[in-house]
Design a protein around this ligand. Structure first.
Ligand code: ADP
Ligand code: MG
Length: 248
């Protein structure tokens, strides 16, 4: 009766969103199974960020449904708080608190949002910093770290809240090229551990390597979705083909 393993992690049905009169997302349908890894790509302005921001309630939407782990997501409902606790998000900008150490960045939300006692929060933070392979940086401030290290702290900080879904919005786009790899490797580790992941990225090698499915968006719509082999080697839609010629 309590077996929820077949409940989709995320189900988006007929979702539309407008910014004023601008129809930014049109009739989005997307179902993500638990443990599934989705890469979202598409031209700039196609609505990728807006779509994933809707999934954790950072943006509201006007039509359709979003269900996360069986909970219907509606703005201002209590469900929103529950959903946010289950869904971690990492952005292009790391958004670490500059005046707090790495360790403090990782314990803050645990202590204040989840009411985890201090010593337990520190243990959890150190576990997650080990997971992203920078436990030795715990006492430093974000400004003392490289961009790649800061992004790994941002991932660890998110993991400290024990999310069951992780959303990434172009997590390597503001990094120097030599630091992209370490962040992609960290995400690949998470994928191997069975985390449900939606990642917006233009790193097509990464997409090919870890995605179960690639979702291609253009002008507010999901134009095509397919497993990587099919998506890259035999894209069906002309818009997808044009996009791939530019990024691969
Ligand atoms: P992507 O992440 O694919 O580049 P976005 O989701 O950021 O696309 O944006 C999709 C479209 O919505 C763009 O045309 C963008 O200018 C517009 N947009 C994004 N945020 C807002 C906002 N807060 N108000 C009005 N328009 C917005
Ligand atoms: Mg974006």
């Amino acid at each position: 009766m309590n077996d929820t393993s077949h409940t989709p992690a995320i189900e988006i049905v007929g979702m539309s969103k407008w910014f004023g009169s601008f129809h930014v997302l049109e009739d989005i349908d997307l179902k993500v199974k638990q443990g599934e890894r989705i890469v979202v790509c598409g031209p700039s302005g196609s609505g990728k960020s807006t779509m994933i921001r809707c999934i954790n309630g950072l943006e509201d939407f006007q039509r359709g449904r979003i269900v996360v782990h069986g909970q219907e997501l509606r703005q201002r409902a209590r469900a929103l708080d529950d959903v946010r606790k289950k869904v971690g998000m990492v952005f292009q900008q790391f958004n670490l608190f500059p005046h707090l150490t790495v360790l403090e960045n990782c314990t803050l939300a645990q202590r204040w949002v989840h009411k985890v006692p201090g010593s337990v929060a520190i243990d959890i933070a150190m576990q997650q910093l080990e997971k992203v392979r920078i436990p030795e940086q715990a006492q430093k401030y974000p400004g003392q770290l490289s961009g790649g290290q800061q992004q790994r702290v941002a991932i660890a900080r998110s993991l400290c809240l024990r999310p069951s879904i992780m959303l990434f919005d172009e997590p390597t786009s503001s990094l120097d090229p030599e630091m992209v790899r370490e962040v992609l490797d960290t995400m690949a580790d998470l994928a191997r551990d069975g985390m449900t992941i939606i990642c917006v990225t233009h790193e097509m090698g990464f997409a090919r390597g870890i995605a179960d499915r690639i979702v291609f968006m253009d002008q507010g719509r999901i134009v095509e979705q397919a497993p990587p082999a099919e998506f890259f080697d035999a894209p069906r839609e002309e818009r997808t083909q044009r996009f791939l010629e530019q990024v691969v």
